[in-house]
Design a protein around this ligand. Structure first.
Ligand SMILES: [Zn+2]
Length: 178
């Protein structure tokens, strides 16, 4: 996080794990002692499944431009989780889905340019495709249906560490397969 200015006095902030609970980073100004923590950001997404295939996106912007991603993104203030997931799906693919099933939350990390790593809480839903073809927009450069059987080979191109586990869980929840 070198160079990110203190919101109080403008000096570059430093980050340290010293004196913080396990896994927590303290972000401190060396001049005025302004202190914050790497508070997590909430994200929401949807795994959409159609005939044994899952909807994957190719990222159109940094970070991880060109890598594979799931429809989803940062929640806005005041939004509920399911609405955020549906909004992101619609913004990135134009699709709307019917009933969604919650799959819980997984932790991950996101690299914000100029600031550094942020912990993220990623809430996911799984839904069956209903109608329409996905059209990539917003953060997505491309959208395509990928058979579950092809996912292991594509794993090195997944943008985020949490995607593999989320896709496995979605398959189990929706298709009843291990
Ligand atoms: Zn300061």
């Amino acid at each position: 996080m070198s160079g990110f200015p203190c919101p109080h006095c403008g000096r570059a902030l430093t980050r340290s794990r010293r004196g913080a609970p396990a896994g927590v980073v303290k972000i401190r100004c060396p001049r005025c002692r302004y202190l914050m923590f790497d508070y997590p950001r909430a994200c929401a997404g949807v795994v959409v499944v159609k005939d044994g295939a899952v909807l994957l996106l190719r990222r159109g912007h940094p970070p991880r431009r060109g890598w594979l991603d799931l429809p989803g993104g940062f929640m806005e203030a005041g939004e509920d989780i399911e609405s955020a997931a549906r909004r992101e799906l619609h913004e990135e693919t134009g699709l709307a889905v019917g009933r969604v099933r919650p799959m819980g939350m997984v932790w991950d990390r996101y690299h914000l340019r100029g600031f550094g790593v942020l912990p993220t809480m990623n809430f996911y839903f799984v839904a069956r495709w209903r109608k329409g073809e996905p059209r990539a927009a917003d953060d997505a450069a491309a959208a395509e249906w990928v058979p579950f059987s092809r996912l292991p080979a594509l794993r090195p191109r997944f943008a985020w560490a949490h995607m593999d586990g989320v896709l496995r869980r979605a398959r189990r929840v929706l298709l009843g397969r291990p």
